[in-house]
Ligand binder design. Structure first.
Ligand SMILES: [Zn+2]
Length: 401
C-alpha cells in the first residue's frame, strides 16, 4: 500500500542530499560487502554518484575497501566495500530504577562490552548522573579499544526530552535542561540523544527480538513500572511530544487505583513487578532482589502451582486482556509483546479469554497474539545502543565534526 502523505513532499538538496546519499550507501553496506556496480544497483544512484559517495566514506574512515579477485582467471579485481566495524562506537546508557547500565557496540552491532553499577540514578541531579555515567563510558571504551574513537551515545530514561527540557520524570529531573545529561560527556561524543526507556525496548524487540520483521506491534516492557512502545510499518510511533506508547498509563479502570500521573486504574498499577509484589505481600523480597531475579522467582512459583501467585497473575492477565481489547480497534497490531522483566510471566499473563467475545470477522483484526519478548531484561540497554548505532549509520559526517 502506498504511504499517504499529509504534508507536502519537499525536494532535498545541498548538504542534506549529501548526508542522505551517504546514509543510503551505508544502509546498503550494512552487514554485507558490495562492489561499486552492486552499490549503484542497490541504491539507485548513478555510478559516478556512488564513486563520489564511496570516496567520501573512505576518507571519513567509515568504510573499508577489500580487494576481491574475480572468479575466473581473467579480469581485474573488483573494488569491494564494507562498513569499518570500529570507525566509531555506539554507546547505550540506561538509567534504571536501581542501576546505571552502559553498553558499547560496534558499527556492525557487535557487543564489545557492558557494565552496570548499582545506585538510584534518579536520586542524582542530571549533572551528577552525567558525571557517573560518562565515567563508566570512558572506562568501558578504554577497555574495549586502545585508540581514541568517535562515539554516538543514546541515554534511555523513564521519561522523555522535549523542547530542550526533561519531562515526565520524578521530581529530581523534571524540567531540567536536557543538555545537563551530557555535561560530563567527553569530546569523543559526536552524537547524543535522549530516548524514552519504552521506546528503547521497542527498538530492541523490533531490531533484534520478538518484533523482528513485524509491521505493527505493541510492546509492554517491565521496568520498575511498565514502559511501552508502538511500531507501525516498521517505525516507532512518536505521538505529540514523543508521548505515544506510554502503555503503563493506559487506564483499564477509571475507578481503580490512583496513579502518580493523575489517572486511576493505570495498567502499571496492576501488572508491574512492584504491583504484583505489593498484592502478594512480597515487597521485601522484591527489595532484596534485582527486578529480573524477582521476575524469575515469581515465574517459578507460578510454574510450581503456588495458588496465591496464580490468583494475582490471573488478575493481571485480565487487566492486560482489557488493555488489548481497547488497543485492538484503535491500533490493530499484529502482535503484543511482553518484554523486559515481565517477559518471564508471559505464560500466565499472555493468554486471551474471559472478556467480551468479538465476532470472528473483527477478531481477526483486533485480537493479536500476546508473546514473550526475546531480549529479556536487557531490552532497554540493547535498544539504547542500537539507537546510538543507527544515529551513526544515518549520519557518517558526524565523524568529521
Ligand atoms: Zn498513570
Amino acid at each position: 500500500m502506498p504511504a499517504i502523505a499529509f504534508s507536502p513532499l519537499k525536494a532535498v538538496r545541498g548538504e542534506d542530499l549529501r548526508r542522505q546519499n551517504l546514509a543510503v550507501v551505508v544502509a546498503a553496506l550494512e552487514g554485507t560487502t558490495l562492489s561499486l556496480t552492486e552499490l549503484a544497483k542497490e541504491t539507485g544512484l548513478v555510478h559516478g554518484g556512488v564513486t563520489n559517495v564511496v570516496n567520501q566514506l573512505l576518507e571519513l574512515g567509515f568504510i573499508v575497501e577489500q580487494q576481491k579477485l574475480p572468479s575466473g582467471a581473467r579480469g581485474r579485481p573488483s573494488r569491494n566495500f564494507s562498513v569499518a566495524d570500529k570507525a566509531a562506537l555506539a554507546v547505550g546508557i540506561s538509567a534504571g530504577k536501581d542501576r546505571v547500565s552502559v553498553e558499547v557496540v560496534t558499527l556492525t552491532g557487535e557487543r564489545l562490552g557492558s557494565m552496570s553499577e548499582a545506585g538510584i540514578p534518579l536520586s542524582l541531579t542530571p549533572a551528577e548522573f552525567s558525571s557517573a555515567a560518562f565515567a563508566m563510558v570512558e572506562k568501558l571504551v578504554k577497555e574495549v579499544t586502545p585508540d581514541p574513537v568517535p562515539l554516538s551515545v543514546a541515554v534511555a530514561v523513564p521519561g522523555r526530552a522535549f523542547d530542550g527540557r526533561l519531562t515526565s520524570f520524578g521530581r529530581h529531573w523534571q524540567g531540567a535542561e536536557s543538555v545537563t545529561l551530557f555535561s560530563h560527556a567527553p569530546a569523543a561524543v559526536k552524537l547524543s540523544q535522549i530516548i524514552n526507556d519504552g521506546a528503547a525496548a521497542t527498538v530492541a524487540e523490533h531490531r533484534l527480538g520478538a518484533a523482528s520483521g513485524v509491521g505493527s506491534a505493541v510492546i509492554m516492557c517491565g521496568t520498575d513500572g511498565i514502559a511501552g512502545g508502538l511500531i507501525d510499518e516498521g517505525r516507532l510511533v512518536q505521538g505529540s511530544q514523543g508521548g505515544a506508547g506510554s502503555l503503563g498509563h493506559m487506564s483499564v479502570d477509571f475507578d481503580g487505583i490512583a496513579c502518580l500521573c493523575g489517572l486511576r486504574g493505570c495498567l502499571e498499577r496492576y501488572i508491574s513487578l512492584e504491583a504484583l509484589a505489593g498484592e502478594l505481600g512480597m515487597l521485601a523480597e522484591l527489595e532484596a532482589a534485582t527486578l529480573p531475579v524477582f521476575a524469575d522467582h515469581l515465574a517459578s512459583l507460578a510454574a510450581a502451582g503456588d495458588a496465591a501467585v496464580l490468583a494475582v497473575l490471573e488478575g493481571a492477565r485480565q487487566r492486560i486482556h482489557r488493555a488489548v481489547t481497547i488497543l485492538g480497534p484503535v491500533f490493530s497490531p499484529d502482535l503484543v509483546i511482553l518484554s523486559g522483566n515481565i517477559a518471564p510471566l508471559t505464560p500466565w499473563l499472555g493468554s486471551a479469554g474471559g472478556g467480551p467475545k468479538l465476532s470472528s470477522t473483527y477478531r481477526v483484526n483486533w485480537v493479536p497474539p500476546i508473546v514473550a519478548g526475546a531480549v529479556g531484561s536487557r531490552a532497554v540497554i540493547e535498544g539504547a545502543s542500537e539507537i546510538a548505532r543507527q544515529a551513526l549509520l544515518q549520519d557518517p559526517l558526524a565523524l568529521a565534526s
